[in-house]
Design a protein around this ligand. Structure first.
Ligand SMILES: Cc1cc2nc3c(=O)[nH]c(=O)nc-3n(C[C@H](O)[C@H](O)[C@H](O)COP(=O)(O)O)c2cc1C
Length: 370
């Protein structure tokens, strides 16, 4: 694994930090590249007032000099403006659907804030910033990663992607729910507004696309080198994600093989795929066709009309605490997932090319593409 990363930081601590190790030297990268993805992460109807409070100004502490990477670890810091002094009253009523109860049992905490501070999706700002550097590397290598939302609650968008992946984010980011179809976007907006008024929350489904990947990233040779497993693992590790599929995904289980498999043809002196139902991965390796990942996010667990819970101090029934919370974070999750997919894809690409600098990597990649 040439590319590794770690994040640290609590939701109301002084800052989030992240370290990305293994970026090659000589990649053009600026704090603005990271900033752009952090700003996109705050997009979307249904986010709470915290999104307005946190400006998410990223600072690059190491790994960059004169606008280029050094080959040394990239270190970033995102200060939390909304940070506490640690003297908040303890919370003893766990919120169903959150890490609160399982985390308190695991670590023996009596104040649930000790769990919530780290389990919160605020941490994903650090993953997004590091993933932005991976996206920049992929971009330099001719690979574009983008996403769109295809369902929020019952409001879904069944249209096929009708633009190149390189134009997808411009289209999706123009919608308040990051949907590319206007009518579907309106239905999703109404669904979020309705849920908000009812004191409820909504989940949904998003797609992540990557175009321009060379064939042969990942491997069938050992289970942990399979790219499908690595991508699914990265997306499943995003807070609130309950399912990930690739290409036809779950829909591949129903029709007969003739409707699911991608037949071959001969084109321009080489074998080619007649369709891309596999979503760009066969046998754990990229096929060179566009990659399609899909993820399902559950509704956010903090409800304005709280679910029944229990007070761990008294053992008595108590409603779950009502904290500041989003109504829907599917549009933001899609942006974060782009970063997570980019970290895996950049890792697989570096594995394939080897090399310490862009000057070494780029010619190897063009040889590979030939
Ligand atoms: C971008 C983003 C924002 C989120 N915002 C909230 C929120 O405001 N309120 C909430 O209850 N959950 C929110 N979540 C979801 C929780 O973090 C997540 O459901 C919880 O940690 C339980 O995770 P699990 O279902 O993966 O175990 C958010 C998730 C993401 C990805």
């Amino acid at each position: 694994m040439p590319l590794r990363f770690l994040t640290a930081g609590e939701s109301h601590g002084p800052a989030l930090v992240g370290i990305l190790e293994g970026l090659p030297a000589g990649l053009e990268l600026s704090p603005a590249d990271l900033q752009k993805e952090l700003s996109r992460r705050k997009l979307g109807l249904g986010r709470s007032s915290r999104q307005g409070l946190e400006t998410d100004r990223v600072e690059v502490l190491a790994g960059l000099r004169r606008g280029r990477t050094l080959g040394s670890p990239l270190a970033v810091r995102i200060p939390n403006r909304d940070h506490g002094d640690g003297r908040e009253a303890p919370l003893t009523v766990p919120r169903p659907g959150h890490a609160d109860l399982a985390g308190a049992r695991k670590y023996g905490f009596t104040d649930l804030r000790d769990v919530m501070e780290r389990a919160s999706a605020r941490e994903t700002a650090a993953r997004t910033a590091l993933g932005a550097a991976a996206k920049r590397l992929l971009e330099e290598c001719g690979v574009c990663v983008a996403s769109r939302v295809v369902a929020i609650g019952l409001a879904d968008d069944l249209t096929r992607l009708s633009c190149p992946v390189s134009r997808l984010n411009a289209l999706a980011d123009a919608s308040p729910v990051r949907a590319t179809d206007r009518a579907a976007s309106l239905r999703m907006v109404r669904a979020v507004e309705r849920a908000g008024r009812a004191g409820d929350t909504l989940g949904g489904i998003f797609e992540v696309w990557a175009e321009g990947l060379p064939a042969g990233l990942g491997s069938y040779a050992h289970w942990d080198r399979r790219l499908d497993g690595r991508l699914a693992g990265a997306l499943m590790a995003l807070n609130g994600i309950k399912g990930v599929d690739i290409g036809l995904g779950f829909a591949a289980a129903v029709p007969p093989g003739s409707k699911v498999l991608d037949a071959y043809t001969w084109k321009d002196g080489a074998p080619a795929y007649r369709s891309n139902r596999s979503g760009g991965i066969d046998g754990g390796m990229t096929t060179g066709e566009p990659l399609l990942l899909r993820a399902a996010m559950k509704p956010l667990p903090t409800l304005r009309k709280p679910l029944p819970s229990v007070d761990l101090k008294t053992g008595r029934a108590a409603p779950a605490p009502v904290l500041r919370s989003d109504v829907c974070a599917v549009p933001a999750a899609a942006v974060i997932a782009e970063s997570l997919a980019a970290l895996v894809l950049a890792d697989a690409l570096l594995e394939k090319t080897g090399g310490d600098s862009m000057r070494e990597i780029l010619p190897r990649l063009s040889a590979l593409r030939k």
